[in-house]
Design a protein around this ligand. Structure first.
Ligand code: CP3
Length: 351
């Protein structure tokens, strides 16, 4: 494989010097882009798009053709794992993800298998290979997975949830059964991420979207401990380079210190914490990724630039910052705001 022409993201994640602050965006391929909507329509539905490596590759590359982004992220979904484990994922228009067979009994959890990525999710492995080939060294490719806790919430609730009633019921009434599920998911996620790394992913991010719904003690026991275990089981080097790892817990700022000690190379921040304060707390242990409020992208470009500048100044000088949103981009964002953001981050980086 040829050397990377732009390795800013890899360097910043390892806290090595960079010429300008690198930027990529969570959900950078998606419905806010008309060219994405066209491919999704041609594919029929979202899961058919995920299951087709050529189309998944095509939409992965779309935002890079428009914007000067410093990384690509595999186009897929965190819920491919539960789907492959037999829960039957589908998307109800406007309602988000749903499972035909959610986990409803202890027997459901006991008989649940563990993922063998090569056997169960070959389309993801194939997409990673194809994207790497098509990127041809332009920027690094980020692979990803959901955290065991976040996956468990969808598998138990049967879809998206506000309050995680069933999952928390299980957590407080039969914690050992929840641990059995999280254990199977941790083994599955480790295999999944290692398969992505073997196929060419150069960075991996764990999305712990719902970790912030837990108490401090429960977060440690039911989310962070499993991510720590996964990180310890990941392939650390590929193609002669370290494969940096990012942990993103939405709502995780109160536990920043603990997350920074999980064995990850970088912590993803949502928009709630000042990134300068976060940096003071964690020192040089890990890099930081974030943390623009995605809602800013609905404001005029001048506001986008001002808010980006505020974050760059708050982080300050020195390496170890990968600019990103504090959560995924929304479908109603005008693409020209993303162009303004990327341009602003590169041109206003604190040298
Ligand atoms: O970042 C990227 O560009 C890579 C692609 C990606 C998607 N989902 C594509 C997607 C990634 C990294 C994800 C992760 C994901 N999926 C998470 C964790 C990150 C987060 O945003 O919190 C979660 C919780 C999911 C589960 C999921 N998938 C939900 C709740 C939804 C419905 C969203 C909605 O608005 O309908 C999805 C579907 C999904 N995943 C879409 C995309 C582009 C929209 C599908 C469509 O085209 O209609």
């Amino acid at each position: 494989m040829r050397a990377l022409r732009n390795d800013r993201v890899l360097r910043a994640l390892m806290r090595q010097p960079v010429d300008v602050t690198p930027i990529w965006l969570m959900r950078q391929a998606g419905r806010y882009l008309p060219e994405y909507r066209a491919v999704r329509q041609a594919a029929g539905d979202f899961m058919s798009l995920c299951r087709n490596p050529e189309r998944a590759c095509e939409v992965t590359l779309q935002p890079l053709a428009r914007f000067d982004l410093d990384a690509a992220i595999l186009f897929s979904d965190i819920l491919t794992i539960p789907d492959a484990l037999g829960l039957g994922l589908y998307f109800e228009e406007g309602e988000g993800p749903r499972f035909r067979k959610p986990l409803r009994s202890s027997a459901d959890i006991e008989k649940l298998g563990v993922l063998d990525t090569a056997r169960d999710l070959p389309y993801v492995v194939e997409a990673v290979r194809l994207i790497r080939r098509e990127l041809n060294g332009a920027v690094p490719l980020i692979g990803f997975s959901g955290s065991p806790w976040t996956l468990a919430t969808y598998m138990i609730e049967g879809g998206s949830s506000r309050d995680f009633v069933r999952t928390k019921q299980l957590l407080y009434s039969d914690p050992q059964l929840l641990h059995l599920l999280l254990d199977k998911l941790a083994v599955s996620v480790t295999d999944y991420l290692n398969a992505q790394i073997a196929a060419g992913a150069q960075v991996v991010q764990i999305f712990d979207t719902w970790g912030g719904a837990l108490s401090a003690a429960a977060y440690r026991e039911f989310s962070l401990d499993y991510m720590t275990r996964i990180l310890a089981g990941l392939t650390r080097e590929a193609e002669g380079r370290v494969v940096p790892t990012i942990v993103f817990t939405k709502g995780g700022s109160p536990w920043l210190d603990a997350i920074a000690s999980s064995g990850c190379d970088a912590v993803g921040l949502d928009w709630c914490m000042d990134i300068g304060q976060a940096r003071e707390q964690i020192g040089t242990r890990v890099a930081l990724q974030g943390n623009l409020d995605p809602a800013v992208l609905r404001a005029p470009a001048t506001v986008v630039v001002a808010e980006a500048s505020r974050i760059l100044r708050a982080f300050g000088t020195g390496s170890g910052h990968v600019f990103n949103l504090g959560h995924g981009i929304s479908p109603d964002v005008p693409p020209d705001r993303v162009a303004a953001l990327v341009e602003a981050v590169h041109s206003m980086s604190v040298k």
